[in-house]
Design a protein around this ligand. Structure first.
Ligand code: DGL
Length: 280
C-alpha cells in the first residue's frame, strides 16, 4: 500500500475544546487501528451561545486545519457545530463529514418505548432545533422536549463531576424534562457523557440515556466503509491533538477520565479560511 493511500490518512475530529475527546474515546473503542488528528478550538471556546454564521465560519476554519493534516474525513465532535454547520461543511468539502446529531437522533428513536424523547444541550444547539428536526424526520410521532443547560459545560470543565452543586443544577434542568414524561434522554453536548453517572441518578431509573459520542462512532465506521476509507492495518492507531490556544486545564481531566493516550500535543493558530483545495 502506498504511504499516501487515502485509507491510511487520519480521521480528522474537531470540537470547540477538549470535550470532543468523548467522541475520540468512542472512536478508539470501535476503530482502534485508525489514526486520529483532533483539533480543539480552545482559543474561541465556548461555541455554545454563538450564532450560526460564526459557528459556520469557525467550523470551516478548523476543518481547513484538519485537511492540512491530510484528514480523510471530518468528524464534527461538537453538538453545537453539528447543529449549525454540518450541512455547510458537507456542501463545501470533498471528504465525508459526519456530525453527532443524526446518529444521536437515530439512537433516540430506536431507544424510546413511549415515543417521548428529551434532549439537553447548549443554548445554540437547543435553539437550532436540529435534534427535533432529525428525530421527527425519522418518526414524526415521536415527541421531543428540549432543555438548554448552559451551566453544565463550565461545571464539567471544573471537573465537578460528582459535586452537590452539579447535582442541584441537574435537578433544576432535568426535573421539568423528566416530569414531562420522557423515557429517553439525549446527551446533546460533548461534555455531558462525563456527567452520565450523575445524570442517570438525577433523571431516575426509568430514563435511558443516549450518548451521541458512541452513536457518532458507529456512523463514522459505516461512512468509512461506504467510502472504502477504512484502515485495515493491524497496529494501534495514533492520536495527535492540537489546540488553538496553548493552555487548557480541562485536557488533563479529559485524559484521566477517558483514559486516552495522546501521542503528541501541539498548538495551531487559526488564520482564516484556508481550505477548499480539499484532498482525496
Ligand atoms: N462542544 C460543545 C457542544 O458539544 C460544548 C462546549 C461549547 O459550548 O463550546 O455543544
Amino acid at each position: 500500500m502506498r504511504e499516501n493511500e487515502p485509507s491510511l490518512r487520519p480521521i480528522g475530529v474537531f470540537d470547540s475544546g477538549t470535550g470532543g475527546l468523548t467522541v475520540v474515546r468512542a472512536l478508539r473503542d470501535l476503530l482502534p487501528h485508525e489514526d486520529i488528528f483532533y483539533i480543539g478550538d480552545t482559543a474561541r471556546l465556548p461555541y455554545g451561545g454563538k450564532s450560526k454564521s460564526t459557528i459556520e465560519r469557525y467550523s470551516i476554519e478548523i476543518s481547513g486545519l484538519l485537511l492540512a493534516e491530510s484528514s480523510k474525513m471530518i468528524v464534527v465532535a461538537c453538538n453545537t457545530s453539528s447543529s449549525l454547520a454540518v450541512s455547510k461543511l458537507q456542501e463545501l468539502l470533498k471528504v465525508p463529514v459526519v456530525g453527532v446529531i443524526a446518529p444521536g437522533a437515530r439512537a433516540a428513536v430506536k431507544e424510546t418505548r413511549n415515543g417521548h424523547v428529551g434532549v439537553i444541550g447548549t443554548r445554540s444547539t437547543i435553539q437550532s432545533e436540529a435534534y427535533e428536526r432529525a428525530i421527527q424526520a425519522l418518526n414524526p410521532d415521536v415527541r421531543v422536549t428540549s432543555q438548554a443547560c448552559p451551566l453544565l459545560v463550565p461545571l464539567v470543565e471544573e471537573a465537578w463531576l460528582d459535586e452537590e452543586v452539579t447535582r442541584e443544577v441537574l435537578h433544576r434542568y432535568l426535573d421539568p424534562v423528566v416530569g414531562a414524561g420522557i423515557d429517553t434522554l439525549v446527551l446533546g453536548c460533548t461534555h455531558y457523557p462525563l456527567l452520565a453517572p450523575l445524570i442517570e441518578e438525577v433523571a431516575g431509573p426509568g430514563i435511558r440515556l443516549v450518548d451521541s459520542a458512541k452513536n457518532c462512532a458507529v456512523a463514522v465506521k459505516q461512512t468509512l466503509m461506504e467510502w472504502s476509507l477504512d484502515n485495515v492495518k493491524e497496529t494501534p492507531g495514533k492520536l495527535n491533538v492540537a489546540l488553538t490556544d496553548s493552555s487548557n486545564s480541562f485536557l488533563a481531566t479529559a485524559k484521566q477520565v477517558l483514559r486516552l493516550d495522546i501521542d503528541s500535543l501541539e498548538t495551531r493558530i487559526v488564520q482564516g479560511v484556508t481550505l477548499l483545495e480539499t484532498a482525496l
